[in-house]
Ligand binder design. Structure first.
Ligand SMILES: Nc1ncnc2c1ncn2[C@@H]1O[C@H](COP(=O)(O)OP(=O)(O)OP(=O)(O)O)[C@@H](O)[C@H]1O
Length: 588
């Protein structure tokens, strides 16, 4: 059986629809048994007992009504199944989104993005046939044959037992089969998800591939992945065919044995003609649900593998542990709800903070002790991999420190309600992704009730009015995937406008490493300088000029804090900062 434990929790999302689908399946069997039973009685009365036609007619009416009822029940069953899959898929999608939000960008960074997308997209779709066809039919194929075999045993024990043995032969052969099928369905999904991830990476990285002249290599890899998927498809098809053949042989043998036993019973006088007829006609109904289950095998095969991939995301250990005492912070400048930050911004303190990324051997941060005063701008500098991003990710609470605490206005951020905490941080990073299809959509994420005048005001303060003016429909111009229609400098200014609009008093600035043209550079720098006013700012600096404009600089190396001080003091001290500048490894 292609069942995994999590599948039970999926159908629990729509218990009534699941029960309705199963009930409809069982009712179809009942309708068919009624039809065949009435026909057997009609044949017995008309041909064997030679009763008048009037005595046969009601039985034919019952048989016809049962046939019509079967049609109606099938329609109702299909409606229940559609409802079941809509509810389950909707809920699984919602749970996946919630899980991905909880797992956070830190977890996503360690994953292959294309695989996660394949699971969230096609994986969820693959569940459709699994939950709405395979799982309900599995229940029907358990309930209906059991009841019919018991009835058969009551009617004629030898024939009933023979049908029962044939019906259980199939499931009995399953344990070994299930393992084989389980392995193959996993391998099939692996092949599919790898190909899907590779295709998405190739599309996303097309400019780099062309630049490196590596499109040929990537094509060869994709051809190899396609071949592997084809092999897995073939082996899945072979298993499916073998399963169907085995089922058909078991059913055929069972039918022959029951028919022979009914014939022998009739000849020996053990049973009458009516019982023999009922047995011969009814035996097909014992096996029909089992054969229908086999016909949903493919849906089960794909759905089981997808369910396992979904399970991996839903069951992944969460990087954050929400403490029972998590609370909404009071009086600490939580989202001001306007366009201006609370005066001065909050104080930030890293207290003996150590952190190692999950799965990483080396610590990213070791014993960091760092205070940032309200309204201060602190620049973080250090070689690539020194731990600058990790430090700001801990402030944003992508992760909790392994040791130590991060405090905002004296309050451990682990005890603050996560959404409140994140609402008071604005991030302007070098790879800004514009969400939503237009600039307006993106801005409104920060403040859904903002009116046009407010939007124009923040765009003005972000030196972004000329960006909007250059677009055919202004802030309502479609921007393409992640704002691809805008240049890097334009996207940064939109991000600055968003930060103004959010009113968040804590600012994380990840300075762009790529150079902008002179005018854009000046516009971005001016907008950033305005944005920093009245906010506490943590700045990942890549340029001497930027770091020099901060109130203080903190130098990180291999996860340790080497020195902190004003730019002038550090430059004069001839310490690590001076070394890094001299070696030109910090600043591009
Ligand atoms: N998601 C992750 N999983 C495992 N290790 C990680 C992860 N993110 C960062 N690291 C490791 O943690 C260390 C610090 O990385 P971090 O990104 O904080 O450095 P950085 O100073 O910001 O570097 P850069 O300037 O290149 O962005 C590095 O050794 C890095 O390899």
């Amino acid at each position: 059986m292609l069942v995994i434990p999590r599948a039970v929790t999926y159908v629990a999302a729509a218990p009534l629809a699941f029960a309705g689908t199963v009930l409809a399946g069982v009712a179809v069997v009942a309708a068919r048994v009624t039809l065949l039973g009435s026909l057997a009685l009609a044949i017995d009365r008309a041909l064997i007992q030679a009763r008048p036609f009037a005595e046969v007619t009601p039985l034919l009416v019952v048989a016809s009504a049962a046939g019509l009822a079967e049609l109606g029940i099938r329609v109702l069953g299909a409606l229940a199944a559609a409802r079941l899959s809509t509810r389950v898929l909707g809920q699984v999608r919602a749970r996946l989104v919630a899980a991905l939000v909880e797992l956070g960008p830190g977890w996503l960074r360690g994953q292959r993005a294309g695989r996660v997308q394949a699971t969230v997209g096609d994986g969820v779709e693959a569940l459709q046939g699994y939950v709405s066809a395979y799982l309900p039919q599995l229940a029907v194929a358990t309930i209906a044959p059991t009841v019919l075999v018991l009835l058969g045993i009551v009617i004629d024990p030898p024939a009933g037992l023979a049908a029962g043995i044939a019906a259980v032969l199939l499931p009995l052969s399953k344990p070994l089969w299930t393992r084989l099928v389980g392995d193959r369905s996993r391998a099939h999904w692996e092949a599919y998800a790898t190909l899907s991830a590779r295709m998405q990476e190739a599309l996303a990285g097309m400019p780099t591939l062309r630049l490196l002249d590596a499109t040929g290599d990537r094509r060869a890899e994709i051809a190899r992945d396609t071949e592997r998927l084809k092999r897995e498809n073939r082996s899945g098809l072979a298993i499916s065919l073998i399963a169907y053949c085995l089922a058909t042989v078991a059913v055929g043998l069972g039918t022959v044995v029951v028919t022979v036993l009914a014939g022998l019973g009739l000849v020996s006088g053990r049973i009458g003609p009516l019982t023999a007829l009922v047995l011969v006609l009814g035996v097909a109904e014992v096996f029909r649900p089992l054969l229908e289950l086999e016909s949903f095998w493919s849906a089960g095969f794909r759905g089981r593998a997808a369910a396992e991939a979904i399970d991996e995301i839903l069951g992944a250990p969460r990087p954050l542990v929400m403490s029972a005492g998590s609370e909404v912070s009071a009086g600490s400048g939580v989202v001001s709800g306007g366009c201006s930050a609370s005066l001065g911004g909050p104080a930030v303190r890293f207290e003996r903070v150590s952190f190692t990324h999950p799965g990483s051997a080396a610590a990213a941060l070791v014993g960091i002790d760092l205070d940032i005063a309200p309204g201060e701008t602190l620049a973080l500098v250090g070689r690539s991999g020194a731990g600058k991003s990790t430090l700001v990710h801990l402030l944003q609470r992508w992760y909790d420190p392994d040791q130590g605490r991060v405090l905002v206005n004296g309050q451990d951020i682990a005890t603050i309600e996560l959404t409140d905490h994140r609402h008071r941080i604005a991030v302007v990073s070098q790879d800004v992704h514009l969400l939503g299809s237009t600039i307006r959509d993106h801005l409104l994420l920060a403040r859904p009730d903002a009116e046009d005048a407010m939007l124009l005001d923040v765009l003005h303060r972000a030196r972004a009015l000329d960006v909007v003016a250059g677009l055919p429909d202004g802030i309502d111009t479609p921007l393409g995937e992640r704002g691809a229609r805008l240049s890097g400098g334009e996207r940064q200014r939109i991000a600055i406008a968003t930060a103004f609009l959010s009113g968040a008093p804590l600012l994380v600035l990840d300075e762009a490493t790529s150079a902008l043209d002179g005018r854009t550079e000046a516009a971005v720098m001016g907008a950033v300088a305005d944005l920093r006013q009245g906010r506490t700012t943590l700045l990942i600096a890549h340029r001497l000029s930027t770091a020099a404009g901060a109130d203080r600089i903190a130098v990180l190396e291999a996860g340790r804090l080497l020195e902190v001080g004003t730019p002038t003091a550090l430059a004069r001290s001839g310490g690590r900062l001076a070394d890094l500048v001299a070696a030109q490894v910090v600043f591009a």
